[in-house]
Design a protein around this ligand. Structure first.
Ligand SMILES: *Cc1c(COP(=O)(O)O)cnc(C)c1O
Length: 372
């Protein structure tokens, strides 16, 4: 089945009791079992798993082309569970521009869990090769990256990581499976902040891991989820599932709008640079063309004149909203260095834009009047 069809139907089997077309939300925290603990429907207690969550996991498995999935309370809970499933003494290679909170996690929490971290520019394969050690268990990738929109050659990274006996995790939050399927390119695990495009309406938080092969990693991560408890609630699982139904249409429009904005903004004299892999001049363009169907709804601009000019432009917008997060129907902009806070390495003149589903002409007009 084609992706668009799967997005509508995966995990959407009719409810066996009522034949309802929209899936039910099962709020029950507990499920009747046999006197000796037999589980006729496979469920025992909400933290271990529940029917609404199971539907979402089935849908995500289908959309990413994996064998299984686990959903979590947030994207960072998903990433933390994956890292906590690695044995102490493991070494993980991260991209140097990994999502900011994972950088904090690596610095402040991985040492407590007995895990070592290195950071490399994943676009430089020689640097990655040099960073790999006998103890390297995982190579973390994020492409396009947040907020610099760096594009990483996933097949090449997977080749190097697998040679070294490490698994490859790809944070596919920006691209979504509509545009990029990391498992097809060699990734072993795909991470999502479902808070973003998968939920799609800025009204639900969630995370997910999709596994290329169920064994053995899925079981290890599931144990972490059950014992540490970063589970997704039934209602949140249901909202993300609802978001998936329109994902293909939304992401195509987000990407078309972003390309229109990127093309218009690079002509503006107040804009020093536009980071968007859809521009033929972008350093990531060739790789992105190979591994993505389109270039996504996120872009960053560097404003001429430094931090104050960037912040001033952001303050003049009428339509784009100054807010963090991304992937919703409304366009958001943020001075990323301010929202990342202390220790940020994001350029001070950078504004990150999550391009929404408005008409691109209205967005371009708003940005022009703010930058003029
Ligand atoms: C938002 C985000 C995360 C974290 O997800 P939460 O749901 O906020 O925990 C991870 N990776 C990327 C690329 C993100 O944009």
């Amino acid at each position: 089945m084609r992706f668009e069809t799967l997005a509508v139907h995966a995990g959407a089997d009719r409810d066996p009791v009522t034949a309802s077309v929209a899936p039910p939300i099962h709020l029950s925290t507990t499920f009747e079992h046999g006197p000796a603990g037999e589980l006729p429907h496979g469920f025992i207690y909400i933290r271990n798993g529940n029917p609404t969550e199971a539907r979402l996991e089935a849908a995500l498995t289908a959309l990413e082309g994996g064998e299984s999935a686990l959903v979590f309370a947030s994207g960072v809970a998903a990433g933390a569970a994956l890292l906590q499933a690695l044995p102490p003494g493991s070494h993980v290679v991260f991209p140097d521009d990994v999502y900011y909170v994972f950088k904090v996690m690596a610095a402040q929490f991985l040492p407590r869990w007995g895990i070592e971290a290195s950071f490399v520019d994943m676009r430089r394969l020689d640097d990655l090769r040099r960073a790999l050690r006998p103890s390297t268990r995982a190579v973390w990738t994020e492409t396009p990256s947040n907020p610099l929109m760096h594009v990483v050659d996933l097949a090449a990274v997977a080749g190097l990581a697998h040679e070294a006996g490490a698994l490859v995790m790809t944070d596919n939050t920006f691209a979504t499976p509509v545009l990029q399927r990391p498992i097809d390119l060699g990734a072993d695990v795909v991470l999502h902040s479902t808070t973003k495009y998968l939920g799609g309406h800025s009204d639900v938080q969630g995370g997910a891991l999709v596994f290329a092969k169920r064994r053995p990693l899925h079981e290890d991560v599931q144990r972490v989820r059950t014992v540490i408890g970063g589970v997704s609630s039934p209602f949140n699982s249901w909202l993300v599932l609802r978001g998936l139904r329109s994902l293909a249409c939304r992401v195509e429009r987000h990407a078309a709008n972003a390309l229109a904005l990127a093309t218009a903004l690079r002509e503006h004299p107040a804009v020093e640079a536009v980071h968007y892999p859809g521009l033929p001049s972008d350093p990531g363009h060739e790789i992105a063309r190979r591994q993505m169907k389109a270039f996504g709804g996120m872009l960053s601009i560097r404003v001429r004149g430094g931090r104050d000019r960037a912040v001033m432009a952001a303050s003049r917008l009428r339509l784009l909203i100054n807010a963090t997060s991304l992937g919703g129907t409304e366009s958001l902009i943020e001075h990323r260095a301010s929202s990342e806070g202390p220790g940020t390495t994001t350029p001070q003149n950078l504004l990150r834009i999550s391009v929404g589903l408005e008409h691109p002409d209205d967005l371009i007009a708003d940005l022009r009047q703010a930058l003029d």
